[in-house]
Design a protein around this ligand. Sequence first.
Ligand code: PBG
Length: 310
Amino acid sequence: MRSMVKETGFTAGNLVLPMFVREGLEAPEPIGSMPGVYQHTLESLKVAAREAVDAGVGGIMLFGVPAHHDAVGSAGVDPEGILNVGLKALRDEIGDEAVIIADLCLDEFTDHGHCGVLAEDGTVDNDATLEIYREMAVIQAKSGAHMLGLSGMMDGQVAACREALDEADFANVSILAYSAKYASAYYGPFREAVDSQLKGDRRTYQMDVANRTEGLREALLDIEEGADVVMVKPAGSYLDVLADVAEASTVPVAAYQVSGEYAMIEAAAERGWLDRDRTIMESVSAIARAGATIICTYWATELARKVNHG
Ligand code: PBG
């Protein structure tokens, strides 16, 4: 009876697994604050991606960790840069069996850790950054990404990347816009995952935790600019924003259960303070209930096996 009247849920295909590939690694490197998550070598990336796809996950979202950072994030636009090489490796392994999503942002590549390049006064230069994003978009598409995850929160990034893709004959490469991305403390463990040394904070371009209507406004703007999917991030603490966006959106809605959400549950479970499996399922089910069709979670492979095989 409970199963018959169940209102919401998710399938394996709704899940997206975020993965990290690091340049110059000899063996996969565990991320201390995210037990069970690794910085991958090109080889181990393929193995773990294969496992995820065989479990039924719908997509893989790839982040690159370069050996060298600089002020303008050159590794991001280098066809031989680790993210682009990683995308090629993934596409070789996975083909079209799952959606390969490239993270399109500069923070993994810059030495100051900001999502864009800096103006002389030290603020992030929105429009100069868009020029680099346009280049990244084309290189990521050439490297085999099916979809680009625009996570930098620059104004106009969706329109700029859409135009660049169309001009380069990549009309079929789609855009997942991180529309409502909050300036959140829950990204803490991710900084370790990508070895980012952020100086300052991201509050001039990421959203204020206190703002709800702004989340919806950002999503609607991105849809107008041509986003194929709009995303709310983090997920668990922003279910109100997610519900608003899901109600109003004319495109599929995604939510990103971020590194800190993962770390909290794993850490409490390790101490025996929470029932790990039940808490994970509850946290992800709540995100689906609030209206997300696509759910990015570091538990994607494990959950996909569970929902596929009962
Ligand atoms: C930016 C980006 C971040 C995350 C995904 N993309 C970090 C940030 O904006 O500070 C965080 C993801 C997570 O915490 O799991 N490229």
